[in-house]
Design a protein around this ligand. Structure first.
Ligand SMILES: [Fe+2]
Ligand SMILES: [Fe+2]
Length: 403
C-alpha cells in the first residue's frame, strides 16, 4: 500500500497537557492496537471522550491502495457518527507516525484533526515543573512525568539543591538547576524503585554529587544479589543541609526494606512510595507482601504521629484529578487522615490494615523485577529497552486508587 509524507497540524505533549489542564474540549481517537490502548491511555482531569480504532482496521476496512484514501473511506462509512464536529480530534498512536496519516485523511473530511507529536512515547517522556513553595530560604519544586504518574522534587535554598527521586531523563534536572542557578549538592532516592528507572546514579555522576540510597535497597529483593552501584548509605535520622534548609531522613521499611521519607524543615514530607493522595503504596513489589505488610503498618503508624499540618508531597499520583487547584499533588496530613482510604485503615489497627492491604493488591507487572535490576545496576538497558520497561503508568498504589 502506498504511503506519502504528510504535513499535519500537531500538538506537542506540553501543548496537550496545558489544554487538558485548562479543561479544553478534545476528543481522542487512539489508533493503537486494542491491548496497548487498554493498558495505557491519555488522561485529563476529567474523563476524556475517546475512541479506539486500530490503524490496521482502518486500512483493511477502508480498502484503498492509498493510506489517506483508506482513512477517508473508513471515516465516511464508519466514523461519521462517532466523531464530534464541535471540538478537535486528537489522533494518537505509539510514536506519532501513523496517527499523522489518520489526521491527514480526517482533515480531508473536514474534521479539526490534530496529531499528538511523538505519540504515546512523546506523552510518556514529557516532564512538567510546578513550585510547591518559592522563597530565598526554601523552594520546593514538584517535577512530574504526568503520563506515568511519577513525581520527583527539587529542594533548593541559597543556590544549593537536593534532588529527590529524579526520574530517568536527567537533562530536565540539569537544565532546571542551570536556569535557577542551583548547585546540586545531594541526589537522594527514597527507595529502590520498581516502576521506573531512577535517574539518581546518572545525575549524581554527572554533577559530581553523592547519591544516597538505604543499603537494604542495594540488595535486589528477588535475586538476593548486591547492587553494582556507587552510593552512600542512608540511615534513619540522617540530616542533610541545603543552604539554610534541613532535610531529615526517616526510615520506614514496608514498601521496600530500605524505604525512607524526607522531612524538610519539619513541615514538608516527601513520602516517595508510602502515602499518596488517595491511597497508600503496596508492600509486595519485593515479592514478600505478607511478610512486609505488618512493617508497612508500623511505617504509617510512625508517619501519622507527625503534625496534621505537615504537607505531604507523594512520589506518585494515580489520576490527574488528585491535583489541587494549582495543579500540585499535595495535601496536609490532617486532610489525608480524613480522606485517604489507606490511612483510614491504619487508624483501624494492624490486623484490619494488613487484611485490607493484602486483599487490595493490583497485578504485579512482570517488568518490575527487571526495573529493580536496572536500579541496582545489575542490568543495563539501551534506550529502546529502557523506554519499553517504563511503558504505561505506575502501579505502585493499592487497587482502590484505580477504582
Ligand atoms: Fe516503589
Ligand atoms: Fe513507585
Amino acid at each position: 500500500m502506498a504511503t506519502k509524507q504528510v504535513q499535519t497540524t500537531e500538538w506537542t505533549a506540553q501543548e496537550l497537557k496545558e489544554r487538558l489542564d485548562k479543561r479544553e474540549k478534545v476528543f481522542v481517537l487512539d489508533v493503537r492496537n486494542r491491548d496497548e490502548f487498554s493498558a495505557w491511555k491519555i488522561e485529563g482531569r476529567e474523563k476524556l471522550p475517546m475512541l479506539n480504532v486500530p490503524y490496521f482496521e482502518i486500512l483493511e476496512q477502508g480498502g484503498k491502495d492509498d493510506v489517506i484514501e483508506s482513512v477517508v473511506a473508513y471515516g465516511k462509512s464508519r466514523l461519521a457518527r462517532e466523531l464530534p464536529q464541535d471540538r478537535p480530534i486528537l489522533a494518537v498512536c505509539a510514536k506519532g507516525g501513523t496517527a499523522a496519516q489518520v489526521v491527514e485523511g480526517l482533515r480531508e473530511l473536514g474534521y479539526d484533526a490534530i496529531n499528538l507529536a511523538g505519540g504515546m512515547r512523546g506523552w510518556g517522556d514529557f516532564y512538567q515543573v510546578k513550585p510547591v513553595i518559592e522563597s530565598p530560604k526554601l523552594s520546593i519544586y514538584q517535577i512530574s512525568r504526568p503520563a506515568r504518574g511519577d513525581l520527583s522534587y527539587v529542594i533548593a535554598s541559597q543556590r544549593e539543591a537536593a534532588i529527590v527521586d529524579p526520574l530517568r531523563h536527567i537533562e530536565h534536572y540539569l537544565s532546571f538547576a542551570q536556569e535557577k542557578n542551583l548547585k546540586i549538592k545531594f541526589v537522594l532516592d527514597t527507595h529502590g524503585h520498581a516502576d521506573h528507572i531512577s535517574g539518581g546514579p546518572a545525575l549524581a555522576d554527572r554533577v559530581g554529587a553523592p547519591y544516597y540510597l538505604h543499603p537494604y535497597d542495594a540488595i535486589h529483593p528477588i535475586d538476593v544479589l548486591p547492587a553494582k552501584l556507587s552510593f552512600e548509605f542512608l540511615r534513619d535520622g540522617q540530616e542533610f543541609s541545603v543552604g539554610t534548609a534541613q532535610i531529615k531522613t526517616i526510615h520506614i521499611p514496608g514498601h521496600t526494606l530500605g524505604n525512607v521519607v524526607y522531612l524538610v524543615n519539619e513541615k514538608y514530607l516527601l513520602t516517595g512510595d508510602s502515602i499518596f493522595i488517595e491511597s497508600v503504596a503496596r508492600p509486595d513489589l519485593g515479592g514478600r507482601g505478607e511478610a512486609w505488610a505488618p512493617l508497612h503498618y508500623r511505617a504509617f503508624e510512625r508517619l501519622l504521629k507527625l503534625s496534621d499540618s505537615t504537607v505531604i508531597l507523594p512520589g506518585h499520583f494515580s489520576q490527574p484529578k488528585e491535583a489541587n487547584a494549582q495543579g500540585l499533588f499535595a495535601a496536609t496530613l490532617g486532610e489525608l487522615k480524613a480522606q485517604n482510604e489507606g490511612l483510614k485503615m491504619v487508624q483501624q489497627g494492624e490486623q484490619a490494615f494488613v487484611q485490607y492491604i493484602l486483599s487490595s493488591l493490583p497485578t504485579f507487572p512482570p517488568q518490575y523485577v527487571d526495573i529493580k535490576r536496572v536500579n541496582a545496576g545489575l542490568l543495563v538497558p539501551d534506550e529502546e529497552k529502557a523506554s519499553e520497561l517504563e511503558l504505561g503508568k505506575n502501579i505502585c498504589a493499592l487497587a482502590q486508587a484505580y477504582a
